[in-house]
Design a protein around this ligand. Structure first.
Ligand code: TXA
Ligand code: MG
Length: 321
């Protein structure tokens, strides 16, 4: 439902976000579909609502520089030139993430994208939450980005209970995305801040074209996401494959075999696909840390976020075929 962005409704929206729900809100670029950026299960709901076939890394929206320092490592002073010139505004910075940032936000990347929006309602909402808000554009996967509350209502009206109305987004295209490494600045996505504007501030900016349909291509995710010990589907191994091996298991909701494991993880004991998606990456990390010889994973049903989960798992097992 579209609601007026008065103080009371902004507070209500913040309460929803802190309760783990998703809320659509205006920014100066496009409307965002926001969730508590530090709550993996809440973030998983964004993917569910957008019906994204795979996990894409999301932008964390912040309202202060102090928040930035909690989320990222700052290894290159050029960042301050960019921040001073363009924040708040349509510039997203990709920087090495700190531990506190959940894996589902970055789709497994060691970096996280952060932006300080200029829109007063976005700012008020982030401040009312006191936490970063993870948000992609508030549209269904593959469709037009929304620049009014009505656009959001049309595509996601049945998925989100609160759409804060902030009029038209004045930038109307997504933020420019820049990655800052120790010694380089890369342009990853053209957007609200032009290349020329960037160059005025940072004399050397290299363009790194990213396929907009496949940001952080699956290959890259495979590289990050295949654990560094072999991963195979439970249904594809025989007794010989597992003989004398220290085994780890990743199950959907319960142990479905009498094979003995050194360590097991469950994606969602309640059988909830959203929770399962939220847990996938961190559970794989846990298993990787257990000094095992082989991880056996149970295939999950390919419905809803299960498709995205299987996409990752298939790619991860491919590496060990
Ligand atoms: O203007 C915007 O940026 C809007 C508003 C809502 O802030 N948001 C937006 O989000 O456009 P989204 O999800 O549609 O696009 C975010 C893109 C990803 O598709 C990916 O290309 C890039 O940001 N991205 C996010 N995290 C990244 C990372 N760690 N490394 C590289 N690229 C990243
Ligand atoms: Mg988008």
């Amino acid at each position: 439902m579209i609601i007026d962005s008065n103080a009371e409704n902004i507070k209500r929206a913040a309460e929803e976000i802190l309760a783990g729900e998703i809320v659509a809100f205006p920014t100066e670029t496009v409307y965002g579909l926001g969730a508590d950026g530090l709550n993996p299960t809440a973030v998983a709901k964004i993917f569910e609502a957008k019906q994204r076939p795979s996990f894409n890394p999301l932008i964390l929206h912040i309202a202060s520089r102090d928040q930035l320092k909690e989320l990222v490592e700052i290894e290159n002073d050029k960042i301050y030139n960019l921040i001073n010139a363009f924040w708040p505004g349509p510039l997203t910075l990709v920087l090495p993430k700190k531990e506190i940032v959940p894996d589902i936000v970055t789709a497994g990347n060691p970096t996280v994208a952060v932006r300080m929006p200029k829109h007063p309602i976005a700012k008020a909402l982030i401040e009312a939450c006191g936490r970063p808000i993870a948000a992609p554009s508030a549209n269904q996967f593959g469709f037009l980005s929304p620049t009014t509350a009505e656009h959001v209502e049309k595509q996601l009206g049945d998925k989100v209970s609160i759409i804060l109305d902030g009029g038209r987004s004045d930038v109307g295209v997504e933020s420019t995305i820049v990655e800052i490494t120790k010694d380089k600045v890369y342009l990853l996505r053209h957007g609200g801040i032009s290349f020329e504007q960037l160059k005025e501030v940072c004399d050397t900016v290299e363009i790194k074209e990213v396929n907009p349909d496949k940001p952080n291509a699956p290959g890259q995710l495979l590289h990050h996401y295949a654990p560094n010990i072999p991963l195979r589907f439970l249904s594809e191994v025989n007794a010989e494959d597992i003989k004398d091996k220290k085994l780890g298991g990743l199950f959907f909701k319960e142990k479905t075999t009498n094979i003995e494991f050194e360590h097991v993880e469950f994606l969602s004991k309640a059988g909830d696909m959203t929770e399962a998606a939220a847990n996938l990456f961190s559970h794989l990390h846990n298993l990787e840390n257990k000094k095992l010889d082989l991880i056996l994973v149970e295939a999950v049903e390919e419905r809803g976020l299960g498709i995205a989960i299987m996409d990752r798992l298939v790619k991860a097992t491919n590496r060990y075929k």
